[in-house]
Design a protein. Sequence first.
Length: 147
Amino acid sequence: MIFFDTTYLVRLYLDEPGAAPVRALAKTLPIVSSWHAQAELLCTFHRAFREGRLDLEGYQAQRSQFYSDQAASAFKWLPISAPTLARLDLMLANAPAASFLRAADALHLACAAEHSFKEVYSNDRHFLAAARFFGLKGINIIGRDRA
C-alpha cells in the first residue's frame, strides 16, 4: 500500500502539474489516505470549479468519478482515532518552535505513522518537511515542491 496526501489524490482526477507520474505510481499499489482526505478532495474539486478550472459539467463529472471509485473500493481511508490524535499531540509537544505544521497535514502524518507507514507521498513542501517529525520519509515523485 502507498500513502498519498490530498495533493497527490487530486492529481488522480485533475490535470494538475505532475499528474502523469502520480497516476502511474497509483497503478502499482493500493492507495491509502487519512479519512479526512475525502473532504479535502471534494473541496478541491469545488475550488477548481469556483476558480474556473472546471466548468459545471467537469465539476460534476469529477465528483461522480470519485464516488464511483469509492464504490469500487479504489481507496482505503484510515480512521483518525484517539491514538492518532495522541501521536499528533506528542509530536507537537516535542517539536521545535520553528516547526511549520498545518492541522490537515498533521492529521495525515499522524495517521500514516499510527498505521505503521514508513513513507508518505506528497508534493507539498511543508508536508514533506514535517514528515520527519513523525518518523516518516516524505517522497515527491513530481520533482518539485509546491506550497
